[in-house]
Design a protein. Sequence first.
Length: 300
Amino acid sequence: MDEFRLINDYFDRHTDDPKLATGIGDDGAVVHLDRGQQVHVLDTLVEGVHFPSDTAPADIAWRAVAVNLSDIAAMGAKPEWMTLGLTIPDVGEDWVRDFAAGLFDVADLYGVKLIGGDTTRGPVVVATIAMTGTLAGEPLLRSGARAGDSIYVTGSVGDAAAALELRAKASGLLHQRFLRPSPRLKIGAAINGRASAAIDVSDGLAGDLTKLLTASGKGGELHIDRLPMSDALRAAFPIEKCRELALTGGDDYELCFTGPAGLESVGATEVGRVTDSGELVCLLDGKVAAVDLSGYRHFS
Ligand code: ADP
Ligand code: MG
């Protein structure tokens, strides 16, 4: 396969973004600067580590874009541009076509433009995306939580981990949640200026919430009987196992954030409270529960 032709046929797509001065085709992309601040994120997916080898190319691409969009959402930013580093073994042209189709499906849905990248041969598929977002106001950081703030989580947690655990036996809904996560960009934009801190849930709620609390120099109380869980998850496992997955399972790409009471209206569930204790305590029926928070395992 000729790299130049592949890029030309599948990745070089016209965009009418007025801020893009030069897109794919030169040595670098050029964008006009606005006032204000930018957010830069990057995430890598490695075959056999972050997705199973039999994952469809369109799903790999979707996921690669979505995990970056999720970081942009957690910063309260608007996605603008991305570059793609794609390493592929001898996969064939259909694979590249399907990968590009999945990439533009999710990119168009959330309004992010592909402006450059690099394509190389390698032993397994590796997809790295670097993404830039713009901020209307200040960024939403991990470090702003205050004692007394409520702790919220969007959507439902545990689904992606359930899909990985069940593999072929997982329901279509659970599979979709793993393969095609929905980055919470609207919620990220809605809570910016109202939430005190935010993080996206990529490694498991307990672990990611701990990172937020540590960055803020705070502790927290987490009610594990309030964790938002999907009907698909509840149907797949007994309740104790559901809670374990919801607490420690990775890959959901929901947002966890802190802030004043009443932020449920953006599409989130209140699951606890920030404290001055310096550690995260789990509560079940109002009593302290001993739970193993070590959680997240990558695929394989
Ligand atoms: P150079 O050797 O100057 O880096 P390349 O041949 O690697 O140029 O790339 C040519 C153009 O195609 C560049 O504008 C680059 O950003 C773009 N490009 C290469 N691979 C990809 C890709 N996977 N997705 C999007 N753009 C790409
Ligand atoms: Mg290059």
